[in-house]
Design a protein around this ligand. Structure first.
Ligand code: UTP
Ligand code: MN
Length: 607
């Protein structure tokens, strides 16, 4: 991260959240918070469900569930990255941005920070060298000739911070040494490698460099294209603590806002395809990095859009990859379409030959991904009953993964129609045999419970953030270990930890926790963010118009409920154990009675 936590919190403190959001929403006082019509698209509301608290520096909409700090507001409303949001608010508050450091000399801060921070700093430092290398070359140098011959414009080169690595073996090593950078960490990042004699050498040589940026603008890795036929064509950073191919989408830092605005994303396979689309004005695009599409990729997309156009290469490998991605999109509840360009052209070639108008025409016609898959399965279909069964065996499992039930029914009808069978026949096959719903095993149950946060646990977290007295009370009850939701438990623990660090800053506690997760480069996940902001909404969850006595009563009820449930779970497991092993039943019964006593202790059961 480019900014210190201190800087980020200072900018937040000097931004008036009411004024910022007030530019877009008419806010009216409502209890301790302010209230207005939610400015985010998607639920054109008539009754205001959007709340802002200046004391807590948070906003929360209980309609569309968007929530967070001033930074989240800009990220959601204007599609900025976290870094851009910080810069924008710093400018607004007239706070000068910290100068990026020229020298890599370790500062005392580095010792206390995690290795990850140092790695990020190192990557940023290296990316700057690559960029400078490129910019310094003459227009007729091999690398610039190559870049321009691929149709890259100066603007795109600038915006995506493309760079160049020199052909020698020690350009980067020398630069790192000069800046007193930790060479061992540069090796860990896959930038350099140690020879037998202990000296290091550069791994990326004579390549056009594509820095890979995270959504918040950090350089997490690099891809380097050879300028000719040298192999490998692309050299990529290995998996490092910063870079996981299966979780990274190239280009997202620049394209997220367009994806969000259009609620649709093109998914392509490579660096050059992404840049080509971008340059031709199709900016709602991301690229996988030559790996299979994963559920982590789908999750990243899901935060921004529901519609996807899969645009893989027209060759056999590209089509296989497209096929494999289908169930992953459907699992994530996304609506994928599949665009196949004629003559096995890749998107880059196609755009350069036919232009964006022709491309958009093809894109408009692209069929639903599921139907194009079905079409491929039916390529040699002759109408025989055995073929019908075979095809259903293929498409059935995918059909079952369509999360949107309405869509599933439509696809099912389409399958029935094309196979000339009744929808009931298809449904019966799906329900029968090995395609049954998975059994709810104990493991599954745990997962389900960890997703659903029981209401009493979410109310308790909200109480903890509302007043420090409530936080102290929950803390003293020792109840957290009895939470069934791991999310709620983790957040409550972090709230207490943060509070103990600085009890005087209670009001800013939630805002700081939200900022911290972002600062560590973690994607902010919605459920936990909502848990952290929900307390500024004075209603919902049955907390409407409660006076202080009422709040205390509710708080105690929630504590009692968690205890009672915990008692039930534990006693049930003891009783089960007795059934299995009657030998030790005496001790177990005693344990049970002791627990029952405790359950009736100071806070009692449910009144
Ligand atoms: P392609 O071979 O389709 O590359 O691989 P491309 O994007 O069309 O490349 P150009 O147009 O020849 O420059 C798609 C993606 O697979 C990864 C890269 O991320 C590439 O963008 N790849 C490919 C590698 O990592 N290494 C390789 O050697 C080749
Ligand atoms: Mn290509």
């Amino acid at each position: 991260m480019r900014f210190s936590n201190q800087f980020i919190e200072r900018v937040r403190d000097e931004t008036n959240i009411l004024e910022l959001i007030g530019q877009h929403v008419q806010l009216q006082k409502a209890g301790a918070s302010y209230r207005g019509l939610c400015p985010f698209p998607g639920h054109g509301e008539k009754t205001p469900s959007f709340f802002v608290s200046d004391v807590k520096q948070l906003y929360h909409c209980f309609g569309c569930k968007k929530s967070g700090t001033v930074y989240n507001f800009l990220m959601d409303f204007q599609g900025l990255s976290f870094v851009e949001a910080v810069e924008s608010l710093a400018n607004r508050a007239n706070i000068p941005l910290p100068e990026p450091k020229k020298d890599f000399a370790p500062s005392p801060q580095d010792n206390t920070r995690e290795e990850k921070m140092v790695l990020l700093k190192l990557n940023r430092y290296v990316a700057a060298l690559f960029q400078k290398n490129f910019q310094g070359k003459a227009d007729d140098s091999p690398v610039k000739t190559y870049a321009f011959s691929r149709g890259l414009s100066s603007e795109v080169i600038q915006e995506f911070k493309l760079g160049y690595t020199e052909p020698g073996w020690s350009d980067l090593v020398d630069y790192l040494k000069k800046g007193r950078a930790p060479l061992a960490l540069a090796e860990k990042l896959g930038l350099i490698k140690k020879k037998a004699n202990g000296e290091y050498f550069d791994l990326f040589r004579d390549r056009l460099m594509f820095p890979i940026l995270s959504a918040s603008g950090d350089v997490v890795g690099f891809g380097g294209r050879s300028l000719g036929d040298q192999q490998p064509k692309y050299l990529n950073s290995p998996e490092t603590p910063l870079f996981h191919k299966g979780r990274t989408l190239y280009g997202l830092h620049a394209t997220a806002k367009y994806i969000r605005a259009q609620n649709e994303v093109y998914v392509v396979e490579g660096y050059m395809d992404l840049l080509a689309l971008y340059q031709y004005g199709i900016k709602n695009v991301v690229a996988t990095l030559g790996t299979a599409f994963t559920s982590d990729h789908a999750r990243a997309i899901q935060k921004l859009a529901t519609k996807v156009v899969v645009l893989f290469d027209g060759d056999e490998a590209g089509q296989m990859a497209a096929e494999k991605s289908l169930p992953i999109f459907l699992d994530a509840g996304l609506f994928p379409r599949c665009l196949t360009l004629p003559n096995e052209a890749d998107p880059d070639d196609f755009l350069r030959e036919f232009g964006s108008e022709e491309f958009l025409k093809k894109a408009k016609e692209a069929p639903d991904h599921f139907l194009s898959y079905l079409g491929r399965q039916m390529q040699n279909y002759g109408g025989r009953p055995t073929e019908k069964v075979e095809i259903l065996n293929k498409v059935g499992p995918i059909l079952e993964r369509v999360r949107d039930q309405r869509l599933r029914i439509l696809y099912l009808q389409e399958v029935a129609e094309r196979l000339s069978v009744t929808p009931t026949w298809v449904t019966q096959q799906l329900k029968g045999g090995r395609m049954q719903q998975p059994e709810i095993t104990r493991e599954n149950q745990k997962i389900i419970e960890s997703i659903k946060i029981p209401i009493e646990e979410s109310i308790l977290v909200r109480f903890m953030l509302q007043k420090s007295e409530y936080l102290e009370r929950v803390r003293a009850s020792g109840i957290l270990s009895k939470f069934v939701s791991q999310d709620a438990q983790m957040i409550a623990e972090r709230v207490i930890e943060k509070y103990l660090q600085n009890p005087n800053d209670f009001d800013k506690l939630a805002a700081s926790l939200i900022i911290q997760t972002q600062d560590q480069g973690m994607a902010q996940d919605r459920p936990s963010s909502q848990l952290l902001t929900g307390h500024i909404v004075g209603e919902g969850f049955g907390m409407k118009n409660l006076d202080e006595a009422g709040e205390l009563q509710l708080l105690n009820d929630c504590l009692a409920r968690v205890k009672e449930r915990d008692y039930k779970i534990k006693s049930r497991s003891i009783i089960n154990a007795i059934k299995i092993d009657s030998e030790s039943s005496h001790e177990k019964l005693e344990e049970l009675m002791k627990m029952a006593q405790e359950q009736k202790g100071p806070h009692g059961g449910l009144s």
